[in-house]
Design a protein around this ligand. Structure first.
Ligand SMILES: Cc1ncc(COP(=O)(O)O)c(C=O)c1O
Length: 417
């Protein structure tokens, strides 16, 4: 794990910093941001959506923009049944619970949401958290404490690293998606120690899928418990949309599946599902579940309705795969460098030469009427600057063709292709 903010050999020191100003540790980042804005590009990390028209369209800077960076994979945010469920719950149960799940914050809707998750995954237990971030934070820190080991892919999401830090387990990272490296790390850990292997189904920076079948087998042979974060695969990957573990036939060997409502489900919230017979004790010992307010009734009502609809989402899943294949091939044919050789998920990462040109390309696309995510180090692997595109099942074939035309014009205008 990276040790917080790393200091370069010759750190930038901001003029006029008062002695003891704790913001000094961010001087490099502040300088980088100011440098970027001084080059005249619009701030890529401060875009305002003035109005949202649909899962694939919004008004940004006064113009209608196609959304290709929302992780709204299944396009559930404007589903009429989902919206109706939210409105009804808002009227019947009020705007918020004002309490923790273990006190006054468990309403009928939270139970219904957990029932929907149990049915969706075919698992015995489900626990809803206020965000996916808190689900990882809570489960990892509660399961792996001092003296235990968490073995994780080096490219793991920040919430996974933060869960490890909170639990104070030994962190053992291994090279991204490398089965042999995982096996070697596991062999080095004392046989009697508690071990949790943490994997993701789809890694969101490059949109690549983990070899879960082999990784789960290797982990189980070493006597480790396994947690898989399916944030970017739920609803889309696998026959029933249960994720990469389902697609690779290892869902029943996984001890904990973590997910979020902020992507395919189309709202906010997080969860963990499990078949472990003692799982329910989590509700009493998991601090990010106990010491925070529960989700508002309208949110859990929209989530439960969306999850139930996703159980019958096979047509949408097929269309989303079609979109992913068309965009991937189109961008590759145009000469863009992509994060994966073949489309593996609904995320397609376009690799930029550097941050300045990445920001110029991002802005050129926005001017064309297309929103994508700009990602930069340290969030990205290998210090890459990426334009991350996430497709939606509601993007039409025509929209994908339009998107490719926008990439071609913007790519030529900025000299990227
Ligand atoms: C892999 C992964 N896990 C967890 C999360 C956190 O989800 P949430 O937005 O619900 O906090 C994200 C969100 O980006 C993610 O990409």
């Amino acid at each position: 794990m990276s040790e917080g903010i790393s200091q370069p050999d010759a750190p930038v020191v901001r003029e006029g910093r008062a002695k003891g100003d704790l913001f000094a540790k961010f001087d490099d980042l502040i300088a980088m941001r100011e440098g970027l804005l001084a080059s005249g590009v619009e701030d890529p990390f401060n875009l305002v959506m003035e109005k949202v028209l649909s899962p694939t369209r919004a008004i940004c800077n006064g113009r209608e923009t196609i959304l290709l960076g929302t992780y709204n994979y299944m396009g559930m945010t404007f589903d009429p049944d989902v919206i109706e469920a939210g409105k009804q719950a808002l009227e019947e149960f009020g705007s918020g619970t004002t309490g923790s799940r273990v006190l006054n914050g468990t309403y009928q809707g939270h139970k219904e949401c957990e029932d929907a998750l149990k049915e969706f995954y075919g698992m015995d237990h489900a626990m809803v958290f206020s965000t996916g971030y808190q689900a990882n934070l809570g489960i990892i820190s509660t399961m792996a404490g001092k003296g235990d080991y968490v073995v994780l892919d080096i490219d793991s999401h920040a919430s996974i690293y933060d869960g490890c830090a909170m639990g104070r387990a030994e962190i053992v990272p291994f090279r991204h998606n490398d089965i042999e490296a995982l096996e070697k790390r596991l062999k080095r850990i004392p046989a009697e120690a508690g071990k949790l292997v943490v994997l993701e189904g789809v890694y969101s920076m490059l949109g690549d899928v983990a070899p879960l079948k082999e990784m789960v087998r290797v982990s189980k042979e070493a006597g480790a418990m396994v947690l898989v974060d399916e944030a970017h695969s739920m609803g889309f990957i696998g026959e029933h949309g249960r994720g990469v573990a389902e697609a690779q036939g290892v869902l029943n060997d996984v001890d904990f599946v973590i997910g979020t409502f902020s992507k395919s489900v189309g709202t906010v919230g997080g969860f963990c599902v499990s078949n472990h017979p003692d799982f329910e004790i989590m509700r009493l010992v998991c601090r990010p579940y106990v010491f925070t307010a529960s989700l508002p009734p309208s949110v859990v009502a929209t989530a439960a309705t969306s999850i139930r609809k996703l159980m019958h989402g096979s047509n949408k899943r097929a269309h989303l795969w079609e979109n992913s294949r068309t965009l991937h091939k189109g961008l590759k044919d145009l000469g863009f460098q992509l994060g994966t050789d073949e489309p593996q998920s609904a995320i397609i990462a376009v690799i930029m030469p550097d941050l300045t040109r990445g920001a110029q390309m991002w802005e050129a696309l926005l001017k064309e009427g297309l929103y994508v995510n700009l990602a930069r180090p340290p969030a990205t692997p290998a210090n890459m600057t990426l334009l991350r595109c996430s497709l939606c099942a509601e993007h039409s074939e025509d929209e994908v063709t339009t998107i490719l035309g926008m990439f071609e014009r913007a790519g030529k205008a900025t000299g990227i292709i």
